[in-house]
Design a protein around this ligand. Structure first.
Ligand code: DGY
Length: 323
């Protein structure tokens, strides 16, 4: 393919040097290596005459943008989540959409585990206190948390990452219950040592609830005041999926009133803006959407997204097509 016949691609986010090289070998790409935030209008402007878009979960690819991007043929997101993309609008224009599943499963499960442990054992809260110079002496009742080992883990959303979390729970001698749109085959339940339960039972019985379900229009604030009220007052809630799943004000109420033990949050409804009520609370471990953020996994996600993009632009079926 000559350089002039190579597809034009817009990359919305800074990517690793190896990604730049991989793209430059196959397409005519416009990069954003300074990682300047691009609003929808700016993306639309830069998409003029462009056929491929390499984006990430913070980029809103809505129906208006899809309508304006008249030359766009492929949207490849460097994420497994696709709630930022209007898939119906893309289908209506026959735009191919791809994501990056599998390569991030274990890394994200590791992080979910870390955040759940941090919430249960008050890791970030006590570190802030220590850094503030407040530690005078060891005391028996300092920053008492709740145990993870031998406790009941409730996994909401039992896809690949949910299953990876369940497998980790065996090492902590936990009882695992899960809820999912559909029950898993018996062989997977057995391998994960996980029991399917209703949402009600999960919230009532779990000592640690972790959210790993995809966010859709239909499950906005699926964890609200009622779900939080049904949880044990000592329980923890960890969210590594999407912020919109949780009613953050209801969560802040539950934590403030001592109706919930602690929370671990990696994702937020208005991220990167954080609900100020959450920032003011002690019993919350907060991280900036880091679930898949190991060097190796982010590199693999970028490579996979590029391969998906190029395959589709060159007219072949991409490995991870979702629309
Ligand atoms: C994902 O892959 O969906 C992660 O949340 C990163 O955006």
């Amino acid at each position: 393919m000559t350089s002039s016949s190579r597809p034009r691609v817009l990359v919305t986010r800074a990517v690793f040097p190896e990604h730049v090289a991989r793209l430059e070998a196959r397409v005519d790409a416009t990069f954003n290596q300074a990682d300047v935030p691009l609003d929808v209008d700016e993306v639309a402007r830069r998409l003029d005459g462009v056929e491929g878009l390499l984006c990430a979960s913070g980029d809103k690819i809505d129906s208006l943008l899809v309508r304006r991007a008249t030359t766009l043929r492929v949207v490849s997101t460097i994420s497994v989540g696709t709630n930022h993309i209007d898939l119906d609008a893309c289908r209506a224009r026959a735009i191919v959409v791809t994501n990056t599943p599998d390569v991030l499963t274990e890394t994200t499960a590791d992080f979910g585990w870390a955040l759940m442990m941090a919430a249960a054992r008050r890791v970030t809260e006590s570190e802030h206190w220590l850094r503030a110079g407040l530690w005078q002496r060891w005391s028996l009742d300092q920053f008492l948390g709740v145990d993870v080992h031998h406790a009941t883990l409730g996994i909401v959303g039992m896809g690949r990452i949910g299953q990876a979390l369940a497998r980790r729970a065996a090492g902590f001698s936990m009882t695992v219950v899960y809820n999912n749109r559909s029950r898993l085959p018996a062989a997977i339940e057995e391998e994960c040592r996980a029991r399917f339960v209703s949402r009600d039972e999960l919230f009532r019985t779990a000592d640690h609830v972790i959210l790993v379900l995809p966010y859709t229009r239909d499950n906005h604030h699926t964890i609200g005041a009622a779900e939080l009220a049904s949880m044990k007052p000592t329980a923890t809630l960890t969210n590594i999926a999407r912020g919109g799943l949780v009613d953050e004000d209801a969560l802040a109420d539950a934590l403030t009133e001592g109706r919930l033990g602690a929370a671990g949050l990696d994702v937020y409804e208005g991220e990167p803006a954080i609900n100020p009520r959450l920032l003011a609370l002690e019993r919350v471990a907060l991280t900036p959407h880091l679930g898949s953020a190991s060097r190796a996994t982010r590199a693999a996600m970028g490579r996979l997204a590029i391969d998906n993009l190029v395959e589709a632009l060159e007219g072949r079926e991409p490995p991870n097509r979702i629309a």
